[in-house]
Design a protein around this ligand. Structure first.
Ligand code: ADP
Ligand code: ZN
Length: 605
């Protein structure tokens, strides 16, 4: 593994591997096994196939779904001094032929290819005539219909492999893997007893916050008031909303632009480039934006409207902080958004008259509504936001993370021991479990037709909270749910059940406390960011002018994290510069001098 470490230092400028990276690289390059890796965005998947590629003889193919992603990766590999190319539909026919010819002569170590090319005659000819030692499938969830980005051509990959004279090593990489998606990856890609790496989904550098503002525009402006120089994405529901929010920000002198399906391809790609090259700092976009955006210095993602599922939310919010620096994910919640979302889900697919009443469509609607309900729970919970997300992905989580808005909020604690005992009595006497509304009616002692006809008014506990209003009972149940005393089961028709902490508390007679709303009194902790801020900003400017001159995105030169460390360590010569994480030998040669000069300049000012 010494070789892997020295490649890491030489080309990427990093001193050590992150959790999981080393074991994956070892499995592939040394133990010669197939691998499958599920790692959250920003965990460093690319290095897990690029370093093995450098360690093996022959060519590595990386199958990737998106042009922008391929172009970005190839450009950064070239920056780092690694010969790479992409084969996708952006190449003209003569360019493609030329690139294939160069590839045959061994000009590239890593080749990115679109899945649709694999089974074409010309590509197969090429692939059979060279030595391909490793095939890495990036964004492997595209093979699954359960994921959001199904790409039929991904299913051709095993057939492509079967046609090669020698079967190469084979690896699949993804950040999204619910159990169903992971199963599909294993079934369709036909990896050979792969070494598996499934790292946690947690992104410790992301701060999660939910606000329920009366006026979203004001809330947004307040949030952005300290973030004028930072890059961010604001996700909106509609084209109109994208335009409005972008106009608002422009009127406050933010460098912002809208991005949605109503703009021409040309405008969209210009806006995307402006964002990637740091010519604008905020993009106000529908969820059409972001797939394949590898920009590492997105410092915040704001959801101006409600995402329809936790999967979508985590994927979009996860575009913040890929470089590992602290970043903020804010969701502005309004109950009215839930109605809009329900409407969209219930009417989706109704234009297709043949399928409009099909059981499949009905099932899909129910499934999507269940996902939406879970998203609303995230917005309304008083518990830890991070653990709410991690539980959704069936991951273990601490009950409190200490770095989300709910964990930092000061709550009023309310002693509800007596009322909770009544809830317990009712629930343990009922013949089966019910949803929130029915449970409220039973505790309140309502005389609805359903209650009378099923004689539930004779159950022990019925009407025990008669003196409370229905809204108060609902708040009580919500609070007990958030605190883990009750749990919800059943996906489509969720019902309430007492959870083991409630049994324990009733038995032992301990106090039962819930949280009630309180005004927010936290300020997310600002990290060391303010230290050396002046020098850091000077280095950002230096980077910007160099990137502009070279026509490349600034973060390809060095990412924010590297510049921050440079500002902290203030290297005085090339040797010291090499100690900065993110400065490798190749980049040192190309950029070292200029940054050393910039540091000196700033210090002599
Ligand atoms: P992913 O594809 O998993 O979203 P990337 O491969 O884009 O993540 O890596 C995210 C960031 O982390 C990049 O800026 C990358 O240079 C950095 N990174 C990856 N591995 C390491 C490491 N071992 N040490 C420091 N930084 C790393
Ligand atoms: Zn938390």
């Amino acid at each position: 593994m010494d070789q892997a470490l020295s490649l890491l230092k030489k080309y990427y400028g990093y001193d050590s591997f992150r959790k999981g990276q080393a074991s994956l690289i070892e499995a592939l390059a040394i133990r010669k096994r197939d691998v499958v890796a599920v790692m959250p965005t920003g965990a460093g998947k690319s290095i897990c196939y690029q370093i093995p590629a450098l360690m093996m003889d022959g060519i590595t193919l990386v199958i990737s779904p998106l042009m922008s992603l391929m172009h970005d990766q190839v450009a950064s590999l070239k920056e780092a001094g690694i010969p790479a190319a992409y084969f996708d539909s952006s190449l003209s026919w003569p360019q493609y032929r030329k690139a294939l010819q160069l590839a045959r002569q061994g000009a590239y170590k890593i080749i990115y290819v679109a899945p649709e090319r694999l089974l074409t005659d010309i590509f197969l000819d090429f692939a059979k005539s060279v030595s391909i030692s490793f095939v890495a499938v990036d964004e492997a969830h595209c093979v699954s219909q359960w994921g959001q980005n199904f790409r039929p051509a991904y299913r051709d990959i095993p057939e492509f492999l079967a046609q090669l004279p020698v079967r190469p090593r084979y690896g699949a990489y993804t950040a999204t893997a619910t159990v169903a998606v992971l199963k599909d990856i294993m079934n369709w890609l036909k990896l050979d007893h792969p070494a598996r790496l499934i790292t946690g989904f947690d992104r410790p550098n992301l701060f999660f916050e939910v606000q329920k503002p009366k006026d979203k525009k004001q809330a947004l402006l307040k949030f952005l008031s300290t973030r004028k120089d930072e890059c961010g994405i604001i996700y909106c529901q509609t084209r109109k909303e994208c335009e409005e929010v972008s106009d608002l920000l422009q009127s406050r002198e933010f460098l912002s632009a809208p991005y949605h399906a109503g703009l021409s391809d040309e405008q969209r790609s210009k806006t995307q480039d402006d964002f990637i090259y740091d010519r604008i700092s905020v993009i106000c976009a529908t969820n059409a934006f972001g797939m394949g955006i590898d920009k590492s210095n997105v410092r915040y993602v704001v959801h101006y409207s409600l995402p329809h599922s936790i999967e979508n939310y985590y994927q979009e919010a996860g575009r913040a902080g890929r470089d590992g620096e602290d970043s903020h994910c804010l969701l502005l919640y309004s109950p009215a958004d839930v109605m809009t979302a329900r409407f969209i889900i219930e009417h989706s697919g109704e234009d297709d008259l043949e399928a409009a009443n099909s059981p499949e469509r009905m099932e899909a609607i129910q499934r999507d509504l269940a996902k939406l309900r879970r998203m609303v729970e995230y917005c309304t919970t008083r518990g830890c936001l991070r653990s709410s997300i991690l539980h959704y992905f069936a991951q273990k989580a601490q009950p409190s993370c200490g770095s989300c808005s709910n964990c930092l909020r000061k709550w009023d604690e309310l002693d509800v021991t007596t009322a909770a005992k009544h809830v317990f009595t009712l629930m343990t006497s009922l013949p089966c479990s019910y949803g929130i509304k029915m449970t409220v009616d039973l505790l309140k002692g309502s005389r609805t037709e359903k209650i009378r006809s099923s004689r539930l008014n004779q159950v022990k506990g019925y009407g025990n909270l008669e003196q409370m209003s229905k809204a108060e009972i609902e708040t009580l149940l919500d609070g007990l749910l958030d605190a883990g005393y009750l749990e919800k089961t059943g996906d489509q028709y969720p019902v309430l059940q007492p959870a083991s902490p409630l049994f324990q508390a009733v038995e032992s007679g301990e106090k039962i406390m819930i949280r009630t709303d309180e005004e927010v009194v936290f300020a997310p902790v600002q990290t060391a960011r303010t230290l050396n801020q002046g020098l850091y900003e000077h280095l950002v400017k230096t980077r910007w002018s160099m990137a502009r001159a070279a026509g490349i995105p600034p973060y390809h030169i060095f990412n924010d994290k590297t510049l921050r460390e440079m500002a902290r360590l203030k290297p005085a010569d090339k040797d010291q510069m090499l100690h900065v994480s993110g400065v490798g030998e190749v980049k040192l040669k190309v950029y070292g001098e200029a940054f050393l000069k910039a540091i000196q300049e700033y210090q002599n000012k």
